[in-house]
Design a protein around this ligand. Structure first.
Ligand code: KG4
Ligand code: ZN
Length: 341
């Protein structure tokens, strides 16, 4: 089965062609620079850019995959959650395309696509997937931080999520306080490699709480107070690196400790991680170490599939169609507040 997939839930426009569980092309156009000027995503600008980008990107995705649009067996698009106007741009384009092609249309839950993205291996994902279930999955990005228990194929249950800021949002907001441009996660990751993670002690919010929820807004506030109490610290490049490493260590420790605890409590032997923050090198290393100590198999989304992309949308849509799940109505609307059950 060959599908064209579209992702426009936030500030990345992406179009992919997937076939038999493989991502043949995955074109991503980031609007980061445009939004950086405003220090965050401006929804109306995002929607306008998606509309401008979608057609040329669809052409380019098809060209790279060496397919013609009429060869598509289905069309998929992100239905939610996300910014309403941004979602609408890609979702309605997908519906119109499916209507014109007279092929099924599948609306996909953005977090569910992240959830299964570690299983995109180039093989049909279900091949290996079954051997590793049940599992516990950490989805960690700019808009979401959650733990999910996957019982079996397409059967999962959210265990907990962030009560306020997502981990990626915390990276971005701390970066803004330090004077880094948006999104600051990748730059903090880079600076932290040359810093001492024990230089400054920051709180590990909810680390001891007996639940699977997260909270990162207090950590951001404590960095603000730290900067107020240490005037001039940003004039010293090494102190900036130490600060980045110390904040990153706090975020990573909370994520790892809660993920491993959930995995032990649920008695699973496999942990997966996905979403933009899963690009973070310290997080990848720490998760690998913790899982090895617990003799848990770790499955990380590949860096190219961690940040928002249409490849993960297409692979999940194909999986659903092959498992007999119904197509989405062409009259259906976007679901900006859709929660993962
Ligand atoms: O999954 P994603 O592309 O978008 C959402 O669905 O939110 O994730 C974007 C987030 C941003 O907050 C960005 O700062 C963060 O992922 N991020 C990172 C790294 N790469 C991206 N955070 C920490 N370290 C990184 N290397
Ligand atoms: Zn995402």
């Amino acid at each position: 089965m060959t599908l064209l997939a579209i992702e426009t839930s936030c500030d990345e426009t992406s179009v992919a062609v997937v076939r038999d569980g493989q991502v043949l092309s995955n074109v991503v156009s980031s609007q980061m620079q445009m939004h950086a000027e405003y220090g965050g995503v401006v929804p109306e600008l995002a929607a306008r850019e998606h509309l401008r980008n979608l057609l040329p990107m669809a052409r380019s995705a098809l060209e790279t995959a060496r397919f013609e649009i009429r060869q598509m067996d289905a069309v998929a698009a992100t239905q939610g959650p996300g910014l309403p106007s941004a979602l609408m741009a890609g979702f309605q384009a997908g519906q119109a395309l499916a209507y014109a092609l007279r092929k099924p249309f599948v609306g996909i839950h953005h977090h569910e696509a992240h959830l299964y993205s570690p299983w995109i291996t180039g093989n049909p994902p279900a091949a290996e997937f079954a051997d590793f279930q049940p599992s516990v999955s950490l989805i960690v990005s700019g808009g979401h931080t959650m733990l999910v228990h996957v019982e079996s194929e397409l059967h999962h249950r959210a265990l907990g999520s962030t009560l306020d800021d997502a981990a990626g949002e915390c990276f971005d907001k701390v970066g803004k306080l330090i004077g880094l441009s948006y999104p600051a996660g990748p730059e903090i990751d880079r600076l932290a490699e040359g810093g001492n993670p024990k230089a400054f002690l920051f709180p590990r919010p909810l680390i001891a709480a007996m639940n699977d929820d997260f909270s990162f807004s207090g950590l951001k506030t404590s960095v603000r107070y730290f900067l107020r109490d240490h005037p001039g610290i940003l004039d010293d490049p090494q102190s900036i690196r130490d600060l980045c490493a110390s904040v990153q260590a706090a975020i990573v420790e909370v994520l790892i400790s809660k993920t491993i605890r959930a995995a032990s409590r649920m008695g699973v032997r496999c942990v997966t991680a996905s979403g933009g923050v899963t690009c973070n090198r310290a997080l990848r290393r720490a998760l690998a170490g913790a899982c090895q100590r617990q003799q848990i198999t770790l499955r990380l989304a590949s860096p190219g599939l961690c940040t928002d992309n249409a490849g993960m949308i297409g692979v999940l849509a194909e999986w659903k169609l092959l498992r007999g799940q119904p197509a989405t109505d062409l009259e259906a609307d976007v679901l900006p507040n859709w929660t993962l059950a």
